[in-house]
Design a protein around this ligand. Structure first.
Ligand SMILES: Nc1ncnc2c1ncn2[C@@H]1O[C@H](COP(=O)(O)OP(=O)(O)OP(=O)(O)O)[C@@H](O)[C@H]1O
Ligand SMILES: [Mg+2]
Length: 246
């Protein structure tokens, strides 16, 4: 079983949207998926109440100590992928979830303020020796600023820790949430669905092999390239040359 944790202290950056979208895309690709919600706001529970489909099942967890126990049970029960949606801010539940992540995804709108605001979360992820990648979300779909900022990111040597593709700002994501669907179910031939499918493929390639045994002790999970690449890579306002949103 592999575990993805979607986390950043910055509110509204797209944690829940990406958790739902990726969970459904992964299920469509053959994974047996469980969503865990540690956010009392309950966005995923709301989504499931609109869904009318049992899978992927959303399971709220409110106590940090429950996370490891629940992951062990899900692994024994045959679940192959868990996606954990966390709340904004930093709290014990998010820290506990990060401890069990095979890969942390840090959504950020593609602007300096959002990336810098994610620094406390990234620090926790790195202290926990987890792999992570930024997912740039809510990117405008046209205009020269997108390519300018993408070039700037590459020049700033953090391209290795940015998931591809960027996820564009589109109504499909909001309408899918309201309909209780993954965006790949809501408009399967749409561009948002394409992006989320490609993002799942990118993520899947960076997870441990599906048949690797589940390591309930986070220290058992080796950190590879992504962690190494981030040793000095966390951007600050001083190290990023681009100065505004895409
Ligand atoms: N790519 C996107 N295109 C359009 N709307 C989006 C996109 N991503 C997120 N949104 C919308 O932005 C809002 C915030 O997204 P979401 O709830 O996923 O963020 P969050 O990080 O989970 O927020 P919180 O920190 O409050 O839990 C929602 O209305 C969601 O539908
Ligand atoms: Mg949320």
């Amino acid at each position: 079983m592999r575990t993805i944790v979607v986390a950043t202290q910055k509110g509204g950056s797209g944690k829940s949207t990406l958790a739902m979208g990726l969970a459904v895309a992964a299920q469509q690709a053959g994974e047996i998926v469980r969503l865990i919600e540690t956010d009392p706001q309950g966005t995923l529970s709301y989504w499931q109440s609109r869904r009318g489909l049992a899978e992927p099942f959303v399971e709220p967890i409110h106590a940090p100590a429950d996370i490891g126990r629940r992951l062990d049970a899900l692994a024994r029960g045959g679940v192959t992928l868990v996606v954990i949606d966390t709340s904004s801010g930093i709290n014990a539940l998010t820290r506990a979830a990060i401890d069990y992540a095979d890969l942390c995804l840090v959504p950020a709108r593609p602007c300096i303020a959002d990336i810098v605001a994610s620094a406390p979360t990234v620090k926790i992820i790195r202290n926990s020796r987890r792999r992570f990648a930024f997912v740039l979300n809510q990117a405008p779909h046209r205009g020269p600023r997108a390519s300018e900022a993408a070039r700037a990111l590459i020049q700033d040597d953090i391209a290795d820790i940015i998931a591809t593709p960027l996820i564009t700002l589109r109504n499909d994501h909001q309408d899918a949430l309201a309909a209780g669907l993954g965006v790949t179910e809501f408009h399967a031939s749409g561009k948002s669905a394409d992006e989320i499918c490609l993002l799942w493929q990118w993520v899947e390639q960076r997870l441990p092999r599906a048949d690797a045994s589940y390591a309930s002790d986070p220290a058992d999970v080796e950190s590879h390239a992504l962690l190494a690449n981030t040793a000095a890579a966390m951007p600050t306002e001083a190290t990023l040359s681009w100065d505004a949103c895409l």
